[in-house]
Design a protein around this ligand. Structure first.
Ligand code: MTE
Length: 315
């Protein structure tokens, strides 16, 4: 028995009319219902993006795995819950409030972001703190492009992020069991936020971001553990103090503010030295076991951000 109601929104409410009509045609000829069951990716519209220099040689994880195996506690704590229970979520209309220590605070809507900021495809290695990994072809843009628009003040040192609160659309926020404090919050140091590898994603696999992957706008920081990648962002605040972060508030001895991928610093309850690449060459234990690389393989680009810091202390 599912804990939550299955999605029951009509495709016509969240899909452009032509896409909806062609899908109806498709569904009329294929096995209706089944094709739509669960994944919001079935609703995703094509998204234009230029290729970029940032890509890795690793084979991308299948779209099926990327869109059906992840964490998004607003929709439940199970790995398949986000895909199964995010169908009621409405990623449009959507605005993001950007303020705090900036010269030009603003509230910007998604259509403006998509129209005015050029999108790129970035194929990134992603490493979850639970020791599994994926390779995801994101579409997005450097977070710095948005930060530049609001002109951070010299006193700003950190960037704080917040996810939307919508219990009516996010069953994990309305159920009897509330696993986290809402809103989900995250943060970066301003220099990390401005690093060219740090992007806000609006899509994956050439399509608009599916609900379960953080529609319509989520953070992607490929050298940090996956929990830093806050989803469905509605608020970005520049500040001079290290912002609270959801997992650090939950268990500070297990999850630090930095959360840089580091095979030399184990999680208190498990090793971080290796990772299971989802969907790859399934061996005896259901996935290829790879050695985890410092900064998830992005050390040449980002290690300099932490020069002189004790990374065992600032984990
Ligand atoms: N963002 C919100 N708002 N709520 C969440 O529960 N989970 C995080 C992160 N962002 C989470 C979130 C965790 S633990 C991971 S591993 C990634 O999202 C996984 O999602 P992805 O595979 O779509 O990147």
């Amino acid at each position: 028995m599912p804990l939550y109601r299955p999605p029951r929104i009509a495709a016509s409410e969240i899909t452009p009319r032509d896409v909806y009509l062609s899908r109806r045609h498709f569904l009329g000829t294929a096995a209706a219902g089944l094709a739509l069951a669960g994944t919001g990716s079935a609703f995703a519209a094509p998204l234009k993006a230029a290729p970029s220099a940032y890509k890795v040689d690793d084979k991308p994880t299948s779209k099926q795995d990327v869109t059906t195996y992840n964490n998004f506690y607003e929709f439940g704590t199970g790995k398949s819950d986000p895909a199964r229970y995010s169908g009621d979520f409405k990623p449009r209309p959507w605005t993001v409030e950007i303020g705090g220590m900036v010269a030009k605070p603003t509230t910007i809507d998604m259509e403006t972001i998509l129209k005015e900021i050029p999108m790129e495809e970035r194929v990134y290695r992603m490493r979850c703190v639970e020791a599994w990994s994926m390779v995801i072809p994101w579409i997005g843009f450097p977070l710095s492009a948005l930060l530049d628009r609001v002109e951070p003040l010299g006193s700003a040192k950190y960037v704080a992020f917040e996810t939307v609160i919508r219990p009516k659309e996010m069953p994990g926020q309305s159920g009897f069991f509330q696993p986290l404090d809402w809103p989900y919050v995250e943060g970066l140091r301003l220099d990390e936020a401005r690093h060219p590898l740090t992007i806000l994603a609006t899509g994956l696999y050439g399509e608009t971001l599916p609900n379960q992957n953080g529609a319509p706008l989520r953070l992607v920081v490929p050298w940090k553990y996956g929990f830093k990648g806050i989803k469905s962002i509605v608020k970005i605040t520049l500040t001079d103090k290290e912002p609270p972060t959801t997992w650090n508030k939950m268990a500070s001895q297990e999850y630090g503010f930095y959360a840089n991928v580091n095979p030399a610093v184990d999680h208190p309850r498990w090793s971080q030295a290796t990772e299971r690449r989802i969907g790859e060459a399934n061996g005896l234990f259901g996935g290829a076991r790879l050695n985890t690389l410092p900064f998830n393989g992005y050390a040449d680009d980002v290690a300099g951000l932490y020069a002189g810091m004790d990374l065992k202390k600032f984990y």
